[in-house]
Write a protein that binds this ligand. Structure first.
Ligand SMILES: Cc1cc2nc3c(=O)[nH]c(=O)nc-3n(C[C@H](O)[C@H](O)[C@H](O)COP(=O)(O)O)c2cc1C
Length: 433
């Protein structure tokens, strides 16, 4: 098994994760004390900018820049929300952090809330993460007891009431504007953008700082150890580490914290212990099903936002899914097409109809009932719906199919020619997620 030495974000605790004493022993809440007693919000923003930290929720937006925007917004009523809505297939790193580092997340949230000068602060946790939510509440109660949360924090006069909010159990609810809508009692549907980004128009229409769980877990470590410490690993433009969720055809699936820029091969071989049964890699989704796949000849690509973008794909929230050569790519693609169909919120017609029609055509081809015309229609539909909609769901659904046909067209054509799936039968997952 691989071990990452310092600088790393995730701390080894001598005790259960919710035990505040175990966290205090590794320097826990020191950064928060520093913010309460010494650092101004502006100094915190400067340190974050110097660290080069980029959001780990999928888009890789510079965190210091986002915090600056909210702090210095002309409208002075601000809110803060931690996004723990995680619901993408193959991504489970936030769940791991909620489970293993609840105090570190709480500390990150306190720093974010104070820096953004938030009037109210929330941790929005996926409704299905029941155990994690309970652990988080337990840790929060301890932090309150020790005076780190609540009224007059550490005698400073600062008040922060951090609340755990039970979120919606859907993929779209993780999209920040849909999340904020659902927090206000409305359906979890993304807002049309621009102009309404949360930094300008968030909760209750006020500037709102939204950050991902992993982004926030980085904050206390950066402020405690310094920006220079943080930039010792990773790449120049993507410093630090990333929590990779590794799943699919690997011997040791799991969450691995590794430097940004590690190659896909290193991740699969060193962390994942290679592919089971001596089989070969056919494809890898480096950033979950919404980004293009890569093939076995691209395993030396670096896993960071910029390198993967340059290669025509993306890191997303680093849900790495490995596919071996025993897998039917049409069936694999259909599985994710069904996911997108089930998760479309239905608000935007191109997404609602597009995801249904993509999944229908994929089902037909996988069942051996497809024609060459269906394959053409599939690609034409991808072209029509890509880039439409208030969020990127339908774009992800199109990119998935386009990438699969581009890289594995021969498999689609074989299904059409043989009038059946050439791979051994397996139940097709048509579950609506
Ligand atoms: C369909 C969809 C689902 C998303 N789900 C999540 C999620 O579960 N967690 C998350 O942090 N970001 C998610 N995002 C990204 C958020 O909208 C947002 O960019 C992120 O929370 C910002 O945090 P960061 O700057 O710390 O990365 C999703 C985006 C889309 C389009």
């Amino acid at each position: 098994m691989v071990t990452l030495t310092e600088p790393r974000v995730l701390q080894k605790l001598d005790g259960p994760p919710w035990d505040i004493d175990a966290y205090l022993k590794v320097g826990g809440y020191e950064a928060w004390k520093k913010c309460v007693r010494e650092l101004s919000p502006e100094q915190v923003v400067q340190e974050l900018k110097a660290s080069g930290l980029r959001g780990r929720g999928g888009a890789g937006f510079p965190t210091g820049v986002k915090w600056d925007k909210v702090l210095n917004h002309r409208v002075k009523e601000h809110y803060f929300v931690c996004n723990a809505g995680e619901h993408e297939p193959g991504t489970f790193k936030d769940r791991h952090l909620l489970k293993t580092a609840p105090h570190q997340l709480i500390e990150g949230c306190l720093i974010a809330s104070h820096t953004a000068q938030a009037k109210a602060s929330f941790i929005y946790v996926n409704h299905e993460y029941e155990e994690e939510r309970e652990n988080l509440k337990r840790a929060l109660a301890q932090a309150k007891e020790r005076g780190f949360v609540g009224k007059n924090i550490l005698g400073s006069g600062i008040d922060i009431d951090l609340q755990v909010f039970e979120g919606h159990g859907s993929y779209v609810a993780g999209e920040e504007t849909a999340m904020l809508e659902s927090m206000q009692g409305r359906p979890a549907m993304p807002r049309q953008k621009p102009p309404f980004y949360p930094t300008d128009f968030g909760l209750y229409g006020k500037p709102t700082l939204v950050n991902n769980v992993e982004t926030l877990c980085n904050i206390p470590r950066i402020l405690y150890k310094g920006a220079q410490w943080f930039t010792q690993v990773g790449t120049e433009k993507c410093p630090g580490t990333m929590m990779f969720s590794l799943s699919g055809a690997v011997n040791r699936p799991g969450v691995y914290e590794m430097p940004m820029g590690i190659t896909i091969r290193q991740l699969i071989e060193t962390c994942g212990g290679g592919v089971p049964g001596g089989r070969k890699i056919k494809a890898v989704f480096p950033g979950g099903p919404a980004f293009s796949m890569i093939t076995a000849d691209q395993l030396d690509l670096a896993m960071d936002f910029d390198s993967l973008k340059k290669a025509g794909t993306g890191l997303g929230s680093a849900g790495v899914i490995v596919v071996d050569d025993a897998t039917c790519m049409v069936r694999q693609t259909l599985k994710f097409s069904n996911f997108f169909k089930g998760e479309s919120c239905g608000q935007c017609p191109p997404c609602r109809m597009g995801t249904i029609n993509l999944a229908n055509l994929m089902t037909k081809i996988e069942a051996g009932e497809g024609t060459q015309k269906d394959l053409d229609s599939l690609l034409q539909l991808c072209g029509f719906v890509k880039g439409t909609g208030y969020c990127t769901l339908v774009t992800g659904a199109s990119v998935l199919v386009q990438s699969s046909v581009k890289l594995f067209r021969h498999e689609f054509e074989e299904h059409i020619r043989l009038h059946r799936c050439p791979y051994p039968a397996a139940p097709v997952d048509t579950t609506v997620h």
